[in-house]
Design a binder for this molecule. Sequence first.
Ligand SMILES: C[S@@+](CC[C@H](N)C(=O)[O-])C[C@H]1O[C@@H](n2cnc3c(N)ncnc32)[C@H](O)[C@@H]1O
Length: 377
Amino acid sequence: MKTVRLLATAAMGLESLVAREVKDLGYTDVTVENGKVMFDADVSAIPRLNLWLRTADRVKVIVGEFEAKTFDDLFEQTKALNWEDYIPEDGAFPVIGKSVKSKLYSVPDCQRLVKKAVAEKLKQKHGVAINMPETGAMYKIEVALLKDKVTLTLDSSGSGLHKRGYRLRQGEAPLKETLAAALVMLTNWKPDYPLVDLFCGSGTIMIEAALIGQNIAPGFNREFASESWDFIPQTLWDQAFDEAEKLANYDQPLDITGSDLDPKMIEIAKDNAIEAGLNDLITFKQMQARDFHPKKDNGYLITNPPYGERLNEEEEVKQMYRDLGKSMVLNATWSSYVLTSHEQFEKLFGMKATKKRKLFNGFIKVDYYQYFGRHNK
Ligand SMILES: C[S@@+](CC[C@H](N)C(=O)[O-])C[C@H]1O[C@@H](n2cnc3c(N)ncnc32)[C@H](O)[C@@H]1O
């Protein structure tokens, strides 16, 4: 089977989690850089990674890497790559680009040149006389320059992997599904422990947790650009979907509850859970966070409360964090995991975190405060 070099892209701070997922799927010799996880694998990895990766943004195929400081360099080396092995005669191949700290800084010029070089190569190899028709499957090319090093990739995912297909509606500040999955994976929660999110909004964290709890592939209900790529035999997609079906553990009982002050958000969260096929597994209810009392033992709170960034919210949010600390301290077997940008969080919550981890929620710098309960130490 054909070997390809693959790149799983990751949000800043999530690279090590993406690498762990890639390794857990059986791929080795993984290189991790800023925002990137790279490795060689056979073509069957493309369906599997797209279906299974919970914390990566996209899966890309690296067609070539080289250094280029002039447009001539870029053109000739792009043309020298074996594009015909990937893109068929009728393939559509739009080019996007980015350039950081490189001599070739004009992205539109780089894109135009790559487009021309690939088109010339394909015409030559496929024996097309005038223009490539581009009426077939989508092979989106990216030309990325970093310190004069060019990486040319094909995007196998299509829309970003955070688009699982279940989010019909959302609230004001929803978490990206990939980050929500990461928050769950960074804890020691196991499917038999109780799990709550007291500020659940559209339900993202609890829905991702239920998918993890039953080992359901997050991409099971969506499509990927590479499903119509000629160089990936259909049988490999069928095998990957069969494998996902076989590995799902629909009998795993779960004790997952999301609550929110806003009844509208509860309605939205329920609709999203129904769309994900998980509505029997998650309880959503309208509740003030301060009314929560951790009764069962060994539970986990994983939550993304308001950050109080708007001036008029500041006092309210401070009180909310104090109340949260008071609730969680009532049962020492519980573990709490809270994502916030609020600098005073530990002081307000009333305890120093066992562990802290810096993350980004979009462009907002946040900390993931982790308090280990008694059984989790
Ligand atoms: C940042 S959003 C959570 C977004 C969620 N993680 C998602 O992906 O959709 C914070 C949520 O806290 C809720 N909220 C605000 N004050 C609350 C309170 N005192 N008790 C419970 N929920 C509250 C808001 O209604 C909002 O939905």
